[in-house]
Ligand binder design. Structure first.
Ligand SMILES: Nc1ncnc2c1ncn2[C@@H]1O[C@H](COP(=O)(O)OP(=O)(O)OP(=O)(O)O)[C@@H](O)[C@H]1O
Ligand SMILES: [Mg+2]
Length: 231
């Protein structure tokens, strides 16, 4: 069964803008999927609805059997625990160390100290930053800050990792390094959905690519194909 099933989803913002039109999409467990398309086409809106950052106006978003749009507010944590999110601007706590940034989400859950420690070290090892646990974000490069954000997103073993333009602020070499980290995380079993404007990255990775335009899926390229669109 598909891990994510999107059925006839429509999103109309309060302003009256329709960002997503009756969209259908399935994503399987373990897939790596790029979402591309021109600015304003609804990419961020679509992925926000997966973790209930926004609610669909119509239709169903089923993630691992849970109808995300229908969850009561008090139950939203159920979906947030299954999905890690990474943004273009890292969103780190600037007054906290690398270790503290990654540990924070686990402390909120009230996990025992020793378990937090081993999970944080494992996540930082995976992104190649174990040696920087005591540094503060301003002491790191952009690529390193994004690695911390990725470690924080995966520290509790989410089933899905959502990335909204994770390389948008990084140079080409650093972007490639981040993509290698994401590929490694995907190989370990996490489903990855990544929004990007970078066609070069998309064509280097050769994963499934979903092209949106005006809130609709207009192409769904299977893994292994080249994409011609440039935005
Ligand atoms: N909170 C909001 N309230 C009202 N309209 C919104 C809101 N967020 C997005 N929109 C509108 O919905 C449409 C889709 O926006 P969205 O942010 O999903 O696009 P995007 O594809 O992620 O664009 P970009 O590539 O620039 O990030 C746009 O017309 C945008 O102006
Ligand atoms: Mg966006």
């Amino acid at each position: 069964m598909d891990l994510i099933r999107i059925r006839k989803v429509k999103k109309v913002y309060k302003s009256g803008v329709t960002a997503i039109h009756n969209l259908d999409l399935n994503i399987k467990k373990g897939e790596f999927v790029f979402i591309i398309g021109p600015t304003g086409c609804g990419k961020s809106t679509l992925i926000k609805m997966l973790y209930r950052g926004e609610k669909p106006s119509n239709g169903n978003i089923i993630v691992g059997g849970i109808d995300v749009g229908k969850l009561r507010n008090g139950k939203v944590y159920k979906i947030r625990r299954r999905i890690g999110v990474v943004f273009q601007d890292f969103k780190l706590l600037n007054k906290s160390t690398v270790y503290e940034n990654v540990a924070f989400a686990l402390e909120v859950l009230g996990l025992p100290r020793a378990e937090i420690h081993s999970k944080v070290i494992k996540a930082l090892e995976l992104v190649g930053l174990k040696h920087k646990v005591k540094q503060y974000p301003h002491e790191l490069s952009g690529g390193e800050q994004q690695r911390v954000a990725i470690a924080r997103a995966i520290v509790n073993g989410p089933k899905i990792l959502i990335c909204d333009e994770p390389t948008g602020n990084l140079d080409d070499n650093t972007s490639q390094e981040i993509m290698m980290v994401l590929e490694e995380i995907n190989k370990l079993g996490t489903t990855i959905i990544m929004v990007t404007h970078d066609t070069e990255i998309v064509n280097r990775m050769k994963k499934r690519v979903i092209l949106l335009d005006s809130g609709r899926v207009i192409k769904d390229y299977p893994e292994g194909t080249y994409v011609n669109e440039v935005f």
